[in-house]
Write a protein that binds this ligand. Sequence first.
Ligand code: NAD
Ligand code: ZN
Length: 364
Amino acid sequence: MAAPVRLELRHASGVTPILIGRGVADEGLAELAGRLAGGRLFTISTARVMALHGEVLELLRARGIEPECLVAPEGEEAKRLDLAGELWSSMLRSGGKRDSAVLAFGGGSVGDLSGFVAGAFLRGIRWFQLPTTLLAQADAAIGGKSAVDLPEAKNSVGLFHHPELVICDAALLATLPPRELRSGLFEIVKVAALFDPPLLDAIGAQLEPLLAGDAEALAPIVAEAVRLKVEIVVEDPEDRGRRALLNFGHTLGHAIESALDYQGLTHGEAVAFGMLFALRLARRRGLEADATEHVTALIGRIGLPPLPPLEPERLVETIARDKKARESGLGWILPLGLGQGAESIAVPAAELDRELRRFLQSQS
Ligand SMILES: NC(=O)c1ccc[n+]([C@@H]2O[C@H](COP(=O)([O-])OP(=O)(O)OC[C@H]3O[C@@H](n4cnc5c(N)ncnc54)[C@H](O)[C@@H]3O)[C@@H](O)[C@H]2O)c1
Ligand SMILES: [Zn+2]
């Protein structure tokens, strides 16, 4: 069995240790218990995660900590402002104070909600992450970004608030449906295509065990993805430069998710379609055919469902609104070459409209 990996993310408010490996939940929760000097621990999770893996929290009970559970809905439904409000109220009612802490125990949706809830409650309380999806372990739980959605746009209200400890136990991934494993792999392909071609190859070479949820195969892939993300976040903690490149695939991806009302595709799948489209735009600007084909082929091998029917007008509108509201002129993130990063490019409206129609047709 590969040894656990311990990485550290340094940021303005301190250092976040990140534990990665099969079976690290025990060690991680013991550390969490040691760090909690009194105070309540509010665990935010979903019914499914509690039913499948709730017993790992016994370790906290054994150390005298009651992980009071607050249940959120499954999936993106968790990232709602009114739900955050309900959680704040129930935390206050059950005696939540400045010395209370939050434990996020679930996928990226639970993580994003929990970070937001912890970051704003009484102007910010401590929080910990025990992510249970591949996407959350490899990406969402790292870097301190959290947000909820508004009907107008995804992730539109949020904050930066770093967890005190992140525990990525690959054993928890064994119960993930293959589709959720694929979704996580797509988000790893995103960072690997831009910064780490050997990681792309490792995914390609190990696809079968990875899609079977094999913890021994998953742990080193998670560790490498986290290492890359830490490097990028340390360089650009507030998402003003290099970190924004991690939005590769997300401009169209978010618009697809919003057009579908967050139903029918996972976040990673929507991002994968977004990457395929960005690769086409990049190809028109000189990205080598080899690089385009390499990433496109790997996305195809991982396996995407058919893209549901979408109206190009609605996507273009959502993209324009999103950009105007949030990205102050930030353009499309287009790869420069395998492992050579990306650039942010403004794509003219007419080209976007034409290419998007072509892309949607090619997927139907
Ligand atoms: N904050 C960030 O930096 C960041 C980065 C990437 C993505 N995200 C966000 O993450 C969200 C997507 O997260 P996700 O892909 O983890 O999906 P998710 O959190 O919506 O989880 C998907 C489903 O899997 C279930 N599940 C979780 N763990 C399980 C397990 N071990 N076994 C079986 N089922 C399990 C969940 O209950 C849920 O129903 C999106 O909202 C995205 O915007 C945030
Ligand atoms: Zn994402």
